[in-house]
Design a protein around this ligand. Structure first.
Ligand code: SAM
Length: 260
């Protein structure tokens, strides 16, 4: 039974990290006039209201995008997408990763989005209807294995689990290994939390041993509440696109200054 709902956390500092890097990667990948394949294993509902009861209850968006938006110049790919989404959906709208992708990609590209939670899926389906995306009420790991290697070969897969079950950590290296073997040119992006108890570390050690060329990027920030176990946000990217390391360095500088 899934209980995680991203509406409580949308726009927090981990989302800023994930969505800024995603927007930059898509901006780079769409410079070539060749079609792209894009897949998300854990899509969420795609559109969030930062004035909602959920967002106001945790205050995570206020401490996240509400605090750091000024870091991004108006022509930064993430800032451009935020502006376009607000123009279409109102000033309190915040895009989840599927909408970041829909606004960052082109008509020649294909989007495949998996979401297993029934209510999140229903919302996702409605939000994505105008965007020519294929949405699946299905396990994202199964979908990813079924659709790789994709046609066209160029593309990106975002794996953004809620880590509600311990198996998400334990099984990730095997899952990513399978995908990387089937699709050796794909950009494979895993988001993970940095936990005070170090529960993510065995997963990372296994991933680094298997994919020594991958880019690992971590940001630290204060816990959202006293006693909260997430002390930061990480990305593990196989086949990182050009420009990702530079953007990661920019974010590191901003976070280290803001949260010394
Ligand atoms: N990627 C989204 C974003 O950045 O806007 C947030 C996704 S949220 C962290 C994780 C989502 O994965 C939740 O909505 C949850 O219901 C869903 N989920 C959990 N396990 C899943 C699975 N095995 N397959 C597909 N979706 C799953």
């Amino acid at each position: 039974m899934l209980s995680y709902q991203h509406g409580y956390h949308a726009g927090n500092l981990a989302d800023v990290h994930k969505h800024a890097l995603l927007a930059v990667m898509l901006d780079y990948l769409t410079r070539k006039p060749k079609p792209l394949f894009y897949l998300e294993t854990h899509a969420g509902r795609a559109l969030y209201d930062l004035q909602s009861i959920e967002a106001r209850k945790t205050g995570e968006a206020a401490q996240g995008i509400g605090r750091v938006e000024g870091w991004f110049a108006p022509d930064h790919p993430y800032a451009r997408i935020l502006a376009a989404v607000r123009a279409d959906h109102g000033p309190a709208a915040y895009p989840g990763s599927p909408l970041i992708a829909a606004y960052g990609l082109r008509d020649i590209d294909t989007l495949h989005l998996a979401e297993r939670h029934p209510a999140e899926f229903a919302a996702l389906e409605g939000v994505m209807r105008p965007h020519r995306a294929q949405v699946y009420h299905r396990d994202g790991f199964e979908l990813a294995l079924a659709l790789t290697p994709p046609e066209p070969r160029r593309g990106l897969m975002l794996i953004d689990p809620s880590y509600e079950i311990a198996a998400d950590y334990a099984e990730m290296p095997r899952f990513i290994g399978q995908i990387a073997r089937k699709w050796n040119v794909g950009v494979i992006v895993l988001w993970y939390p940095i936990l005070t108890d170090g529960r993510h570390l065995p997963m990372l050690a296994a991933l680094e041993a298997a994919h020594p060329e991958a880019l690992r990027h971590e940001l630290r920030f204060p816990p959202v509440r006293e006693g909260h176990r997430m002390a930061g946000s990480g990305h593990f990217v196989i086949n990182p696109p050009y420009g990702l390391a530079q953007e990661a360095g920019f974010l590191t500088g901003q976070f280290e200054t803001a949260f010394p």
